[in-house]
Design a protein around this ligand. Sequence first.
Ligand code: 5AD
Ligand code: SF4
Length: 447
Amino acid sequence: MNFSDSEIVNSIMTDQGHKAAASPEQADIVFVNTCSIRDNAERKVWDRLKYFRSVRNKNQQDQIVGVLGCMAERIREKFLDEEKLVDLVVGPDAYRDIPNLLAQVDDGRKAVNVILSLEETYADIAPVRTTGNGVTAFVSIMRGCDNMCSFCVVPFTRGRERSRSIDSILDEIRQLSENGYREVTLLGQNVNSYNDNGTTFAELMYRASLVDPEMRIRFSTSHPKDFPDELLSIINERPNICNYIHIPAQSGNSEVLKRMRRPYTREAYLSLIDRMKEIIPGVALSTDIITGFCGETEAQHEDTLSLMDIVRYDLAYMFAYSERERTLAHRKFEDDIPEEVKKRRLSEIIELQMRNQAALNREEIGRTHLVLVEGESKRNAAQLSGRTDTNKMVVFDRMDYQPGEYVKVRITDRTAATLKGKPLGRSSIQAFSQSEYADLKAEPVRV
Ligand code: 5AD
Ligand code: SF4
């Protein structure tokens, strides 16, 4: 989401005639786009701001430093109180005001706008994508969140949920397709509650998939509380909608889920997973897990481990609970799990996830996937890397393939996080035959 927001700010700055500097150290203006989701995210920002203070003291005395995003909204006063750290503070809904705020800074004033909006979606601002790979892009479809999970600061920093108009979303996808992009990820805190005057997320997905049949469509994030079968069927039926769902569980215990204000039980979550696997054979799943939430017992932690073992996630983002001011959990519950217990539980879930992932990746050996090439492999310039429909990273010999091409790849080996393969030739979503899809959907041979 922040990556996508930075592209909007990039667009606003480009319109004002600014150009990207060779490095942040040489820039006249530096923006630090910030995250408040956990304490360690905020700590990194403070370190970064202190670093830029030292840059200013050394050789860039006129450099302007701005803080954007969630932290701006959360702790505006503190930024401005700290001597010579920050000149402007801009919350997630105030990016259009940046030119005015910069003018205020030029007048020698400190500038702040952290007003949250009920409407702002930046629908008419075409993001400027200068740091991406030219193949995959994020498209923001909504902003804010109304869910109020008790641990989460996002509803306070990003404000109320609002959806961008479907026409502006489809236009952006069309333009990306014309500019050679081959994959978009539709973004929102909870895309399943997308609602543009009655247009649902399922309908948006369907129409997005029609824009360009060779454009892959992904989406993130879904909340388990509302995932209609209709949407699952659309994902299964449209070849260019990827068979990959990020569906955060947060915990595997119903009591903990209740305290987290996640309106589903362990059983409801598992039955949703069953429906996903049934309606979309071969679907890949990923999750977010918080460990050591207020009052979590050892048995409740075990429930999370067992849930992860039942689902067998292809990917998981796992975090130790970090208390955030203003949240319900901060007001109502005690952050009573000692740090070392949180750490130990976190390493247990990470270990389990690594084991499950290794087993799932072993099952991939011998299969043929359609890989969208994203660029050169980070480790080896003679190889390319790209992702399968199911979002797994694959590396293979470069031959004469190019980023943005679809290549049929037979999986031959695996490392901890990536698959290795042998390229079998160029292909396309439409050409990758039904029987090849059927192979991928068949029950794997357990090795
Ligand atoms: N502590 C730890 N993790 C958190 N997340 C959100 N708030 C917190 C918190 N206070 C995690 C959730 C969410 C992901 C984006 O970040 O798992 O899904
Ligand atoms: Fe936070 Fe819950 Fe909203 Fe996700 S759904 S952003 S975890 S409040």
